[in-house]
Design a protein around this ligand. Structure first.
Ligand SMILES: [Zn+2]
Length: 98
């Protein structure tokens, strides 16, 4: 499990999605960009986390070689294992955005 609270999150942007009913969270860790999708029904539910890298690199979390977005946008399997904790973190740190 990732220690979500200990990750050096940067450049966090939270906004309502234009393509589905829910929220999108952009965040950066050690200069790598990720996109977290959150659905909204009666309650919020985490959907997935995708890489959104600016150039080809190996993801430090899932160890996969990722191509620059949008070509290489694919799920980060390591974040996928930690979706509830990730959602909880953003809700607690940025309650006004939810
Ligand atoms: Zn990854």
């Amino acid at each position: 499990m990732l220690a979500i609270r200990e990750l050096p999150f940067e450049a966090i942007t939270i906004y309502s999605s234009k393509s589905f009913h829910g929220l999108e969270v952009l965040f950066r860790i050690n200069n790598y960009d990720y996109q977290f999708l959150i659905g909204k029904a009666n309650h919020l539910f985490p959907i997935n986390v995708k890489h959104k890298f600016k150039e080809k690199a190996v993801c430090p979390f899932c160890q996969k070689k990722i191509y620059a977005a949008p070509l290489g946008q694919q799920l980060c399997l390591e974040f996928q294992k930690n979706l509830p904790a990730l959602l909880q973190y953003f809700q607690e740190e940025y309650p006004d955005a939810f």
